[in-house]
Design a protein around this ligand. Structure first.
Ligand code: F6R
Length: 250
């Protein structure tokens, strides 16, 4: 695993944006696996900025998102459908019919099957991940075993707390307790994985999964089994890891 440590969140966001921009420039019909949450917002801003300045085109790009809350309509301002439209899709020339996000409304089982069918027929070139304080990736929460496919998940209390703090104006009653998320198979099938984590609040999670064997209680530890993972951190998120044990660039 390659670890890049940037000075701060802005530099880390720029670094990851550059990787995605090069990917799209080199392969205009790339399949991008995308994440939501507070971490990638600035990185998406840099993609939009580059699109406007340099005309990098997303016309032939396909995007596959990791997850969506259950029972939030796409029009709900806290849904991940809304998030993607606001923070990325509305600012680039992507064809909306090439963007895929699990549907958390209506018949959940049918939606899960539809997403699994989609994933069976698509190869993700590059997957963006964030990480939860409990080491979740996507919404693969700590569990006794890894969930392979797309599934319905009961969010852990720490995830609900973080989501309430960062979004939903702190109103717990509005924070969904369940989500649909891709499983580890879709994430691990990506040709390359970029995990972006910034801030001291992520330092323990980074240290926990790097120092763990593959263990479903630390879901991000599955990344040890992938041969092309780049961890892009800021100094805060990297503050608990030893420089000696990894391919570490500062
Ligand atoms: C969201 C997702 C989650 C987030 C994680 C970190 O699509 O997959 O794993 O990446 O919860 O969220 P933030 O960035 O808000 O700290």
């Amino acid at each position: 695993m390659k670890i890049i440590v940037c000075d701060n969140h802005h530099e880390a966001s720029k670094y990851v944006a550059e990787i995605f921009i090069k990917q799209v420039q080199n392969k205009p019909n790339s399949v991008l696996g995308l994440a939501t949450g507070s971490t990638p917002i600035e990185m998406y801003y840099y993609l939009i900025k580059d699109h406007k300045l340099n005309n990098t085109s997303y016309r032939d790009v396909i995007t596959i998102n990791l997850d969506e809350y259950v029972k939030l309509e796409a029009s709900n301002s806290q849904s991940y459908h809304y998030f993607m439209e606001k923070h990325l899709f509305s600012g680039i020339d992507i064809n909306k019919s090439n963007t895929f996000i699990p549907d958390g409304t209506g018949d959940i089982n049918a939606n899960i099957k539809a997403y699994n069918d989609l994933l069976e027929n698509i190869n993700i070139d590059i997957q963006l991940l964030g990480i939860g304080r409990n080491c979740h990736i996507g919404f693969n929460e700590p569990d006794d075993e890894f969930q392979i496919g797309t599934h319905l998940v009961n969010l852990k209390q720490s995830t609900i707390d973080d989501n309430a703090r960062l979004f939903f104006d702190g109103d717990y009653s509005l924070v969904p307790k369940q989500a649909i998320t891709v499983g580890v198979k879709a994430i691990m099938s990506a040709k390359q994985i970029i995990l972006l984590a910034t801030g001291k609040q992520k330092a323990q999670a980074i240290s926990n999964f790097l120092n763990s064997q593959i263990n479903p209680q630390f879901p991000a530890s599955i990344l040890h089994a992938h041969n092309n993972v780049v961890l892009v951190l800021d100094k805060g998120a990297a503050s608990l890891i030893g420089k000696d044990s990894y391919d570490y660039t500062e």
